[in-house]
Design a protein around this ligand. Sequence first.
Ligand SMILES: NC(=O)c1ccc[n+]([C@@H]2O[C@H](COP(=O)([O-])OP(=O)(O)OC[C@H]3O[C@@H](n4cnc5c(N)ncnc54)[C@H](O)[C@@H]3O)[C@@H](O)[C@H]2O)c1
Length: 318
Amino acid sequence: MKIVVTGGAGFIGSHLCARLLQEGHNVLCVDTMLTGSQKNIAALHNHPQFTFLQHDVTQPFPFPFEAGAIFHLASPASPVGYMEHPLETILVNSQGTYQMLEQAHRQNAMFLMTSTSEVYGDPLVHPQPEDYWGNVNPVGPRACYDESKRLGETLTMEYYRQYQTNIRIVRIFNTYGPNSQLNDGRMIPNFITQALQNKPLTIYGDGGITRSICYVSDLIEGLVLAMFRPYTTGEVFNLGSTEEHTVLDFAHTIIRLCNSSSSIIFEPNRIDDPERRRPDISKAQRVLGWQPEVHLEDGLQRTIEWFSSQNTRLSTIS
Ligand SMILES: NC(=O)c1ccc[n+]([C@@H]2O[C@H](COP(=O)([O-])OP(=O)(O)OC[C@H]3O[C@@H](n4cnc5c(N)ncnc54)[C@H](O)[C@@H]3O)[C@@H](O)[C@H]2O)c1
C-alpha cells in the first residue's frame, strides 16, 4: 500500500515508517523537522520504497501518489516542544489535521489521527476510558497542545459524520524508547540522560504522582492494528500501558538499571501536570486484540542502551 506518515522523522513516526517499510509498503514521510531529526530516519533513506519530503503539513501539497492510508502524527509532543512552539502546535493539530483530512477524503484513503491522553487533562475519572470527556484547563500553558488535539479530534469526527471518511483516532499515553529527544523534558528521557551522566535526577513535586509508560514497539503495533483491523472506522482507542508506578519508583529503577551514582532532587510541581494518568485499554483489547507485551525493565534497558550510544550528544546537554 502507498502510505503517508506526517511527523515521520519524529520519535514515534520514525519507528512507524520503519515498521511499514518492513511490511512491504511504500512510505512518504512528511516532516518540517520542527522537533524531528534526520538521524531518526537516516537508516531509511536508502530504502527504495521510502521517500522523504520536508514540508509543513498546514500548507497544502500534492501527494506523489494516490495514498491508501494516512497516519497523521505531525505535532510537537513533549511539554518542552509544544511550549516552545505553541502556535505551530495549535496550527498543525487544527489546520494540519484539516489538510490531511481533505486529502484522505479526496483520495478515499484510510486516516488515523494520533491524539493524546492530554485530552483528558487532569482526569477526575481513573483509569480513563474513551468516553470520559476530560478535565482540561483551556487557558493554561498546556492548552496549546491539549485543546488543539481536542479540536483535531472534533475535525476528524466531522469528516466521518459529513463524508464517511474512513477515520480513526488513537489517544496515545506516555510512550518511551529509542529515537526520543534527549532533552525534551519528559520523565524517561530526563531521568536516563541525568542518570547516565551521574547527575541528580529532577523530580517535579514529591515524586508521589503516578505514570504508566508504554514501550514504543508496543505502541506501533497498536497504531498498525487501529489503522488496518476491520471495525475501526469512526472509533477512538486509548493505547498505553496500564502498569502504574510513582515517579519516584521510576527514578529509582532507572538509577539502578544505569548503575548510576545519581541522587534525586525535588523541584516545585509543574503547572497543570496531572496527578495520575492511566488508560482503560479494554476497548483496544476487545476490538484490536492489542495489549502491551514489553516488560517495563526490558523496555527501559533497551532505551538506556540507545541513550548510551548517543554519547556525544549526551555530553552536550547541561
Ligand atoms: N510520545 C508520546 O508519549 C506521545 C503521547 C501522546 C501523543 N503523542 C502524539 O504522537 C505524535 C508523535 O509524537 P512524537 O513523540 O513522535 O513527537 P515528535 O516531536 O518526536 O514528532 C513529531 C514530528 O512532527 C513534526 N512536525 C511538527 N509540526 C509539523 C508540521 N507542521 N508539518 C510537518 N511535520 C511537523 C516534527 O518535526 C516531528 O518530527 C504526536 O502527534 C503526539 O502528539 C505522543
